[in-house]
Design a protein around this ligand. Structure first.
Ligand code: NAD
Ligand code: UDP
Length: 321
């Protein structure tokens, strides 16, 4: 109930709400009738992603860094704040770990005070360079604790630890999702991730940069499918805390992805090989049995269709200069 004594929908906080996934989530929550507060420090997120919703009467944005405490009153929290692409999370690795760890502590503290349900955007990176394939949730991972990806991988692992300790110790209602590579409109065109890099390169007819020999694999989930899973997970019974893998189990090598994008765009780009970055996982594919069972969810948009929906977004950005 609010001060007007009428029932309203939930007040939902989205940290990292100006980013790629966060902006889609804010849009979906507004469409579902909720009151949405977006918190972001705009490190990788941008107000451009929020333009379609910025004037919505039930939408607010606050510039804030989650490594500092936040005092607001909300019913649900989606904690997405953290740079996700390797070039961005490696730019200031200490800040990346702080964002995951201090950010989790601050958001969990907030959730505890206001008794909110809290969702954590964890990642397939908690499995590191996996020696079990595909990866089920009970696999503990194979992670380098001191490499160039560790600030992100170990930061996210520590955040999971904090979530489960708050759950056990303070009975907090938590939802931990392990997200696998996701793509779609609102990705940052220069964030260095493979889908955005390849589409931008193909649209410019520039060489497609394959790191290593391109035999490493990834599974690519279209953003709308992922956001549907977020909502179902948050709405699922409290005794289902996760962790749950969310991703598309269709697995492709990076070379296959490059060829598909060239084909769809009709580009004249050629493939060139560049050195493979350190600790780059050789394969990654989610086992989504648990998500199917508990959430009745599986992706519905396969790679070719998702790319067809994504390419026009990058065309528009490039044509705007
Ligand atoms: P993104 O970089 O587009 O969005 C992250 C957002 O967090 C940005 O808006 C950024 O400005 C904000 N942010 C970063 N540090 C912050 C801080 N200290 N305080 C407040 N805001 C801060 O990335 P994304 O792809 O939208 O990822 C969102 C979340 O999902 C991240 O936590 C990421 O680790 C996770 N995730 C994403 C993927 C994927 O494929 N996109 C895969 C696994 C996990
Ligand atoms: N990759 C590539 N060329 C690029 C960008 C990325 O070959 O221009 C490779 C990268 O080395 C990795 C895969 O594509 O093997 C996915 O990279 P991304 O950064 O998108 O995600 P992550 O490695 O975190 O899964």
């Amino acid at each position: 109930m609010n001060a007007f004594n009428c029932k309203f929908n939930k007040r939902v906080l989205v940290t990292g709400g100006a980013g790629f996934l966060g902006s889609h989530l804010c849009q979906r929550l507004l469409d579902d009738g909720h009151d949405v507060l977006c918190v972001d420090n705009f490190f990788t997120g941008t107000k451009h992603n929020l333009l379609p919703i910025i004037d919505h009467p039930f939408f607010e944005v606050v510039r804030h860094d989650v490594t500092f405490p936040l005092y607001v009153e909300v019913d649900e929290i989606y904690n997405l704040a953290c740079p996700a692409s390797p070039i961005h999370y490696q730019f200031d690795p200490v800040q990346t770990t702080k964002t995951s760890v201090h950010g989790a502590i601050n958001m969990l503290g907030l959730a505890k005070r206001v008794k909110a349900r809290i969702f954590q955007a964890s990642t397939s990176e908690v499995y590191g360079d996996p020696d079990v394939h595909p990866q089920p949730e009970d696999y503990w991972g194979h992670v380098n604790p001191r490499g160039i990806r560790s600030c992100y991988d170990e930061g996210k692992r520590c955040a999971e630890t904090l979530f489960f300790d708050y759950h056990r110790q303070h009975k907090l209602r938590i939802k931990v999702a392990r997200i696998f590579n996701t793509y779609g409109p609102n990705m940052h065109p220069n964030d260095g991730r493979v889908v955005s890099n390849f589409i931008v390169q193909a649209l410019k007819n520039e060489p497609i940069t394959i790191y290593g020999d391109g035999s490493q694999s990834r599974s690519f989930c279209y953003v709308d499918d992922l956001i549907e899973a977020f909502i179902r997970f948050m709405d699922a019974p409290d005794d289902f805390a996760g962790p749950v893998n969310l991703g598309n189990p269709g697995e492709f090598t990076i070379r296959e992805l490059a060829e598909k994008i060239i084909d769809l765009i009709g580009a004249r780009s050629r493939l060139i090989e560049k050195p493979l970055p350190g600790d780059d996982p050789t394969q990654r594919c989610p086992d989504i049995t648990l998500a199917r069972e508990k959430l009745g969810w599986e992706p519905t948009i396969q790679l070719e269709e998702g790319l067809k929906r994504t390419i026009p977004y990058f065309e528009k950005i490039l044509s705007a200069g």
